[in-house]
Design a protein around this ligand. Structure first.
Ligand SMILES: [Zn+2]
Length: 407
């Protein structure tokens, strides 16, 4: 396989999680009687451009299906993040009724609803039918397509260029990252700005976040790699912010090549920190497999010990990262009988691979487990306060990443 950006042959391994089904392929009752497609889940590092990437086996049409179950609006902290983003961008770039905001991967309209509230014209681009329908229900126009140069040129030809393109948590999820970046360059007005948010590879490695690896997450990004990819595709990075979301993310601000904005000092400062961390060397990438295996061993030891002691364990949060962890560790319903989730679209379904049932919150309150394993560790504070009443029967919260810990 060759690098999805620079086409150099890939040979340096970063992480090998064996094989797994697509992490958002939740199963219904009927699917339990059918075989499931598992695909190898391996990440490699390009030693030319240092892009960390999955080995591709599943096409995006197999991953982002019409009943795609991820609805952004079910996370309160993510909604607050989106609202704050819209306020900050509207102020910084003086957006108003004459402007146009476009969101790529608009999901269920969780972000554009705040743009609409400010009477700023906007539309979203979203390929999955279920979330697009939810966005339209909020009165938001959705172009139901995958984004790239072809679509950007169609939209530009219709005079629908953007002052601001929001691409939050999608850059890492596109197989053809060059076409995706180049599409932004085509869709921006001459002084337009595109912002991209993605989990920061530096934090992923520092904090053992191997469970953020899944097939739909094609690229694991540093600013070094992103700046290079953008430059090749007509975009220039002019600012960067570090965010706490998803365990540590970057928000990168880009303009078209030759755009009017000066490059902020923060860009060079972060590039220098990434180089100092060794992100352009094999050594930076070498210890990650062992870190993942340690998390797996600790989780299994915890679950086996709980079973031996007769303690009841339940999990909370049927998130993609939970599927990666449970399938890598080989956890099945005998060790973890259910996963609770607040999203009604997931309740009644089963986790892909592990086939652990997803149940509503009331099950937790009836079953009264002794330990609650929080799978989306990035939302652990939100989940703990939401489930504060579980202390009433003495339940303790547990996370597996970065190390197994009772909270
Ligand atoms: Zn490369």
């Amino acid at each position: 396989m060759n690098c999805r950006h620079c086409q150099s042959p890939l040979s340096l391994p970063f992480l090998d999680l064996g094989s797994a089904p697509p992490s958002n392929a939740y199963l219904d009752e009927a699917a339990l009687r059918a075989p499931e497609a598992w695909f190898p889940l391996r990440l490699l590092v390009c030693e030319t451009c240092w892009l960390v990437q999955t080995e591709d086996h599943a096409g995006r049409e197999q991953l982002f299906t019409d009943d795609y179950a991820y609805f952004s609006s079910f996370s309160a902290s993510w909604l607050a993040h989106a609202r704050a983003y819209v306020e900050a961008m509207a102020a910084r770039f003086a957006l108003g009724p004459e402007s146009r905001v476009v969101e790529v991967a608009a999901n269920d309209g969780y972000l554009l609803q705040f743009v609409r509230e400010r009477a700023i014209p906007c539309y979203g681009i979203e390929p999955t039918a279920s979330t697009a329908a939810a966005a339209r229900g909020k009165g938001i126009e959705i172009v139901e397509r995958f984004f790239g140069v072809a679509l950007a040129e169609e939209l530009a030809a219709q005079g629908r260029q953007a002052d601001l393109i929001a691409a939050n948590n999608v850059l890492a999820h596109v197989p053809d990252i060059d076409d995706f970046a180049a599409g932004h360059a085509r869709l921006l007005k001459p002084a337009g700005v595109a912002t991209f948010e993605f989990p920061h590879l530096m934090r992923m490695v520092a904090e053992n976040q191997f469970d953020t690896a899944y097939h739909e997450h094609y690229s694991y990004l540093s600013l070094i790699a992103v700046a290079r990819i953008f430059e090749t595709n007509g975009l220039q990075v002019f600012d960067v912010e570090e965010l706490a979301t998803h365990g540590g993310s970057l928000r990168v601000f880009a303009q078209g090549a030759g755009g009017p904005r000066p490059v902020e000092g923060r860009v060079d400062a972060l590039l220098a920190r990434e180089r100092a961390a060794g992100m352009e060397t094999p050594a930076f990438h070498a210890g990650f497999q062992a870190a993942a295996e340690r998390v797996k061993d600790e989780l299994l030891a915890f679950l086996l010990d709980a079973k031996k002691r007769g303690l009841k364990v339940g999990a909370y949060g049927a998130a993609a990262k939970g599927n990666t962890l449970l399938n890598f560790a080989g956890v099945r319903p005998d060790l973890l009988p259910y996963v609770v989730d607040g999203n009604p679209a997931k309740v009644g379904k089963y986790m892909p691979g592990s086939r652990i049932p997803i149940v509503a919150e009331e099950v937790l309150r009836n079953d009264r487990p002794d330990r609650i394993l929080i799978l989306p560790w990035n939302l652990r504070d939100e989940i703990r306060s939401q489930l504060a009443d579980t202390a009433g029967w003495g339940a303790e919260f547990v996370v597996a990443v970065p190390r197994l810990a009772i909270l």
